[in-house]
Write a protein that binds this ligand. Structure first.
Ligand SMILES: Nc1nc2c(ncn2[C@@H]2O[C@H](COP(=O)(O)OP(=O)(O)OP(=O)(O)O)[C@@H](O)[C@H]2O)c(=O)[nH]1
Length: 260
């Protein structure tokens, strides 16, 4: 607690009794002591001011650093979000590409590539269950020649749908190429498959396709059926289905033949 000089003088005078304080030898010593204390006090005050200024500066610097850190974090978050979006878009584009590369753009059916994959999988797992039906539209060239290519396309699409509907859950249908379709049956017995193929031939024959130019077009299909044999490979099964189809064509079309 800092004392006032007047208090001090009074306390000293009181302590010395009647003696006049200003004449006393202690007067100068106490005055010097007072000056010395005052100096110390000023020094302490100055140190406190320096310390406050230092703390103030440190707080400001901390704040600036914190703000910069937050800004960097925000930028990082933004970059991460952009990168996530980019990766998702890339994944989706890849899936779309993959899907597009496996589908026939005209009929919307799986294409030959996809069918070969499926065939390989089925062949690896349970070949003894496999039956293939190669289906070809009869005299399709005539439809193109008489009605034009666009009408031919419509007939192709319509026949593809009919085949898909007729086969249903029994098998998988693909556009094999041109006016040919391939059906893979992997879990049905021979009688079931033969019945399916036979009714498919009838259904196409009795259908009337209402196409672009307003005319009703009729057509038919020929089918070659290959049932798995122990020595078969995928290629040999396809060849046997093709041979049977050739037989059906040569026997007058609008029918199915089984390979031997
Ligand atoms: N419109 C259209 N025609 C196609 C397409 N792909 C193949 N074709 C046509 O299909 C026709 C096939 O003719 P051919 O191989 O002579 O057979 P076809 O006339 O059906 O006679 P058969 O098979 O012997 O009964 C050709 O004229 C091809 O141009 C297609 O995507 N769209």
């Amino acid at each position: 607690m800092k004392s006032n000089i007047k208090d001090l003088e009074k306390r000293v005078t009181d302590a010395l009794g009647a003696v006049e304080y200003s004449d006393h030898p202690l007067h100068q010593i106490l005055a010097d002591l007072w000056d010395y204390n005052q100096d110390q006090w000023n020094r302490v005050e100055q140190m406190v001011r320096v310390s406050d200024a230092y703390q103030d500066m440190m707080l400001k610097r901390e704040k600036t650093l914190g703000e910069r850190f937050d800004k960097h974090i925000r930028q990082l978050e933004k970059i991460t979000r952009i990168s996530d979006r980019y990766q998702t878009a890339l994944r989706e584009a890849n899936l779309e590409l993959e899907h597009a590369s496996l589908m026939d753009t005209l009929t919307g059916l799986p294409n030959r590539r996809k069918m070969l994959r499926l065939l390989k999988r089925e062949f690896d797992h349970r070949p003894e269950q496999l039956k293939l039906a190669m289906i070809d539209i009869d005299y399709f060239k005539r439809i193109n020649d008489e009605h034009g290519h666009l009408v031919g396309d419509e007939v192709l699409i319509a026949v593809g749908h009919l085949i898909e509907q007729s086969v249903g859950e029994l098998g998988h249908v693909a556009r094999w190429g041109g006016e040919e379709f391939l059906v893979v049956f992997s879990h049905s017995d021979q009688a079931e498959v033969e019945h399916c193929v036979e009714s498919l031939v009838k259904i196409v024959k009795s259908a009337k396709f209402d196409v672009l130019d307003g005319q009703m077009i009729e057509t038919s299909v020929s089918v070659g059926l290959a049932v798995y044999q122990p020595e078969d490979t995928i290629d040999s099964m396809i060849t046997r289905a093709d041979d049977a189809l050739y037989g059906a064509k040569n026997s007058g079309r609008n029918r199915y033949h089984s390979s031997h």
